[in-house]
Design a protein around this ligand. Sequence first.
Ligand SMILES: *[C@@H]1O[C@H](CO)[C@@H](O)[C@H](O)[C@H]1NC(C)=O
Ligand SMILES: *[C@@H]1O[C@H](CO)[C@@H](O)[C@H](O)[C@H]1NC(C)=O
Ligand SMILES: [Mg+2]
Length: 274
Amino acid sequence: MQRSLHSPKSSHTMERLPGVLLFFLAIFFSTTQAYEPLINHHIHLLRPQSGAGGSSVPGLSCLSWRLAVEVGNIINWKTVPAQCGSYVGHYMLGHQYRKDSKLITDVAWLYAKSLNLKKDGKNVWVFDIDETTLSNLPYFARQGFGTKAFNITAFNEWVLEGRAPALPESLQLYKKLLKLGVKVVFITGREEDQRSVTITNLRNVGYRTWEKLVLKGSAYSGKTSYEFKSAERAKLEKSGFRIIGNMGDQWSDILGASAGNRTFKLPDPLYYVS
Ligand SMILES: *[C@@H]1O[C@H](CO)[C@@H](O)[C@H](O)[C@H]1NC(C)=O
Ligand SMILES: *[C@@H]1O[C@H](CO)[C@@H](O)[C@H](O)[C@H]1NC(C)=O
Ligand SMILES: [Mg+2]
């Protein structure tokens, strides 16, 4: 008989003793005062006590709201519900936003490196900019985390400061993709007059090279982000590029024509862009 995990000298009685003890202890606790709390505890396990912000009942409904937003069940919303401002703030500034972002960029990297890519310089990864490669969290933190009506004037002032930090997870993915020989194309709803500040901002935080930076030109004024981005991706493909991956924080970044072989949706409970 093979007993490779045990010393041949160990006696059976000695081995069984702790098990027997545990058995009696279990009987003791399950038939005395521990019985009721045990049942309650099981019921409580089915009742999550907190959302990401550590709040109880409001946290729970805000988590449902955020989930519905992320999967695209709630669309065309203008502001974060007032009672969820604190929840969204905790989510964005706590660990969960970063953890969620990291899982997505990890999955994207596993996918990218698994591909047997032709080395012809035609493989492209499309990144959105705001809340994808750059973060406007310092701005939105001052604006109630999306609970205040979006103020385009104030937002553009912030953009023109050129001080948006990188989303660290996206920056890591960007660097790894470049090393893999994939070209990066940024397609952003930022307009042409923000080109130079956007370039400076990208370079300052570590995005040093790219194949194309496509901003929303006047030809697309009045068009949705979805229309603009679909059309620009189709142009990319027409010019011979293969979009192997496409990453954005809005569904309008990753739906539509020439979406890419795989798409990746980063979290964004701050605002909605159609
Ligand atoms: C929007 O932002 C601008 C610039 O900061 C400010 O002057 C204006 O009062 C804001 N508008 C509203 C409605 O808050
Ligand atoms: C991307 O999708 C096209 C069309 O389905 C397919 O021919 C191609 O092999 C895919 N490329 C990669 C890198 O998966
Ligand atoms: Mg974006």
